[in-house]
Design a protein around this ligand. Structure first.
Ligand SMILES: CC(C)(COP(=O)(O)OP(=O)(O)OC[C@H]1O[C@@H](n2cnc3c(N)ncnc32)[C@H](O)[C@@H]1OP(=O)(O)O)[C@@H](O)C(=O)NCCC(=O)NCCS
Length: 197
């Protein structure tokens, strides 16, 4: 499989598993370019699991929001050339700025959240309930620990109750006092001892 195919598969799985977020409104090629950028950049990672049928799941994380932005900027040409022809960009540009305002670095720091983040995780429908999500999550925890990071945060849609149970079962805790997002619909979970660094 070529590298390009791998990121297209990840983008497909992201769109199937998380259909309501802004990223899923982008074209598959655009999202694939974003995952490639994250995977190829220092401070960011995409961990992938395969089974005999192909892609079973993935998790993406970053040590800081700056590392995410650096990743996107260093691949700006490839992402930008796809965004230009992506109609979702124009439809959602206003919303994207609103989301960026709400989810920006400043609000993270103000609220005392750790800078590290689990950006996204998904397991294919056929492979769910077999412990693959848990393995991916723990691999990301190890990846962070090898880089001296013991705490990270996770943004979870308020409607994603299965995902909330999943994170709780792995020891992440809801940070109830933090509300972010356009309608306060995004919950924050924290992995690690406390939500103050
Ligand atoms: C959330 C997700 C990654 C879990 O992957 P998975 O491989 O099915 O999870 P695992 O089999 O490793 O389950 C680990 C634990 O999580 C909990 N869990 C997993 N799926 C759950 C569900 N649907 N409902 C409640 N708890 C669940 C269980 O406690 C489970 O432990 P157990 O099997 O010992 O009881 C997967 O369901 C998925 O891709 N969902 C769609 C994408 C998504 O919501 N991502 C999170 C975005 S913030």
């Amino acid at each position: 499989m070529t590298g390009g195919d791998r990121y297209l598969q990840i983008a497909d799985l992201h769109k199937q598993s998380l259909p309501y977020g802004f990223l899923s409104s982008l074209k598959t090629e655009t999202l694939a370019a974003i995952y490639r950028a994250l995977d190829c950049s220092r401070g960011c990672v995409v961990i992938i699991k395969y089974d005999q049928n192909g892609l079973a799941g993935f998790v993406a994380g970053s040590i800081t929001r700056k590392a995410q932005i650096r990743a996107l900027l260093s691949h700006a040409f490839s992402i930008g050339s796809k965004l230009i022809i992506d109609p979702a960009l124009y439809q959602k540009l206003g919303k994207m700025f609103a989301v960026a305002r709400h989810l920006g670095v400043a609000s993270d720091l103000k609220q005392g959240l750790p800078a590290a983040e689990l950006i996204s995780i998904a397991v294919s429908l056929e492979c769910r309930g077999q412990g693959i999500g848990k393995v991916l999550y723990n691999d990301l925890v190890s990846w962070f620990e090898h880089r001296g990071v013991s705490q990270f945060h996770i943004r979870v849609g308020g409607a994603l109750q299965n995902a909330q149970h999943f994170y709780e079962s792995l020891g992440a805790m809801l940070v109830p006092e933090i509300k972010i997002g356009i309608n306060d619909e995004t919950l924050i979970f924290m992995h690690g001892d406390s939500h103050t660094n």
